[in-house]
Design a protein around this ligand. Structure first.
Ligand code: SAM
Length: 275
């Protein structure tokens, strides 16, 4: 008996807010698949109902991915097409799916994208920051210490930096970015993209922290934070800051000297204090 033609794993992007942001090919792929592997079936079901799609759903989330993968690979080997979706945007982009895609590729199965929305690209497309090169950092740590040391590592990065952030930590993260990158570094917060309260705020980090802290509405929803990369001039500001700090520290406590030297030269306070 001949073997069935193996199925394909279709990695399908779904909306990040506006329900109409789904491609015709995504709808067709979800309709034709034998099964849809979804991060949260309760979340995906209303989207399928809205699209009049009755393809069966199975759960594929961070906690069951390891065990669910084998069954899905077996089904594809047996000829079933599988569609992978996450709660919003593109699967695998700060979302589950990596293990399934990897296992399918290792098994020699066809893995094919149905591209569409992703918050990182949507945000960058409206930020007005240099977009030819960028670094996607995903979510920073929820722990203040780990978050701050990661930001300190990124302080010298010259490409535009992009972070995902939740409403719980938006103010703290912006404050930590101001400390790590300096008050003058330009940044953009893109909130609730494609939704009713979409806002895109751009300012130097010091002003941005104030705007977001002062307005509780600007702390609600989903956020992408983008920070301009370090410019060549920042090296000069830092060395000027270090020079002023060296003078002040003989007269003042180090924290006070760092604060003043940062205010005078525009160099990041943290970098001065660290020095
Ligand atoms: N897979 C998704 C993608 O392709 O963008 C990302 C999933 S991740 C779990 C969710 C995070 O993405 C949110 O916390 C937020 O940082 C960002 N995000 C998702 N939708 C967004 C939106 N409409 N506006 C702003 N940020 C959004």
């Amino acid at each position: 008996m001949s073997q069935p033609r193996p199925g394909t794993l279709h990695v399908v992007a779904t909306p990040i807010g506006h329900r109409d942001d789904i491609s015709a090919r995504a709808i067709e792929t979800l309709r034709r698949a034998r099964v849809i592997a979804a991060e949260d079936t309760r979340h995906t079901r209303p989207l399928l109902q809205h699209l009049n799609i009755d393809t069966p759903l199975v759960a594929l989330h961070d906690h069951n991915e390891r065990t669910a993968v084998d069954g899905l690979v077996e089904r594809m080997r047996g000829g079933d097409d599988v569609a992978l979706v996450s709660d919003a945007g593109t699967p695998l982009i700060s979302d589950p799916g990596f293990r399934l895609v990897r296992a399918a590729r290792i098994a020699g199965l066809r893995v094919s994208p149905v591209p569409g929305p992703s918050a990182v690209i949507a945000a960058l497309s409206v930020a007005g920051l240099p977009s030819d090169r960028f670094v996607f950092e995903g979510f920073l740590s929820a722990k203040a210490g780990a978050r701050r040391s990661r930001l300190a590592e990124l302080a010298g990065e010259s490409r535009t930096l992009i972070f995902y952030e939740s409403s719980h930590r938006i103010v703290e993260s912006l404050e930590d970015m101001r400390e790590a990158f300096g008050a003058d570094r330009e940044a953009v917060v893109a909130r609730e993209l494609t939704k009713m309260f979409e806002t895109v705020l751009g300012d130097p980090l010091s002003a941005l922290v104030e705007r977001v802290s002062a307005d509780p509405n600007q702390q609600k929803g989903e956020f992408v934070v983008m920070v301009a990369g370090r410019e060549a001039g920042e090296d000069e500001r830092l060395s000027e800051g270090l020079r002023v700090f060296a003078i002040l520290k003989d007269e003042l406590p180090p924290a006070r000297a760092a604060k003043l030297a940062a205010a005078i030269t525009g160099a990041p306070r943290k970098a001065l204090y660290g020095a």
